[in-house]
Design a protein around this ligand. Structure first.
Ligand code: GTP
Ligand code: MG
Length: 199
């Protein structure tokens, strides 16, 4: 099943609903609303344009896709929540799938929670954030598509986010899959998570 992506050090381990393989490496999941840019973010992080499938249509990623980076860690591309155009039953199904993964995945080191800073904060994003904090799963809040914001809009959006989520503004990472802003920061946060320094 595993497939080396040509010319890279990234392996696609497969697409799973349940029964995920035990890889024996630390894992970091990319979570967020449908269409927020999870798959695009993952592609930027692994440096492969089309490792994870992206789409203008929300609901593209419906199962959990695992990508192994070298022999070091695994990135999990999660299905998005909050896509209104699928049946409630399917929504519940996805939610259950995501929660089961987050609750049971032993190798899970932390979650990159992508949010769109142009949307009103709260709702499902806040639910997930609260759930992660309660479960003591480390979470990094990443505001994505910042290329779409002017400087002024960005300032305002970040203040709003920080207030709504009770998180210091400086700890919210600004990211764009388009400009690649925030890529290095995210990668270094992943490095820190998989190999914590002793000091
Ligand atoms: P689902 O799998 O459906 O939950 O979506 P996703 O969160 O994986 O989003 P995906 O990466 O497929 O991106 C959705 C759309 O947003 C695509 O049209 C992307 O090109 C676009 N997009 C993603 N990231 C960015 C970004 O940083 N800037 C801009 N301008 N567009 C982006
Ligand atoms: Mg996706």
């Amino acid at each position: 099943m595993a497939r080396q992506l040509a010319g890279t050090r990234v392996q696609f381990l497969g697409s799973f609903h349940d029964q995920l393989p035990e890889v024996g490496l630390p894992e970091i999941a990319v979570a967020g609303r449908s269409n927020v840019g999870k798959s695009s973010c993952l592609n930027v992080l692994v440096g492969v344009r089309s490792a994870a499938r992206t789409s203008k249509r929300p609901g593209r990623t419906q199962s959990i896709n695992l990508f192994q980076v070298e022999n070091r860690y695994v990135l999990a591309d999660l299905p998005g929540y909050g896509f209104a155009r699928v049946s409630e039953e399917m929504q519940r199904d996805w939610k259950r799938n995501i929660e089961r993964y987050l609750g049971r995945r032993e190798a899970l080191l932390g979650v990159i929670l992508l949010i769109d800073p142009r949307r009103d904060p709260g709702g499902l994003d806040k639910d997930l954030l609260d759930g992660l904090l309660e479960a003591e799963i480390p979470v990094l809040l990443v505001a994505t598509k910042v290329d779409k914001l002017t400087r002024n809009e960005r300032q305002k959006a970040f203040s709003r986010l920080s207030k709504a989520y009770g998180i210091e503004r400086s700890t919210i990472v600004a990211f764009s899959a388009k400009s690649r802003e925030g890529k290095d920061e995210l990668l270094s946060r992943i490095e820190e998570a998989i190999a914590p320094s002793d000091d």
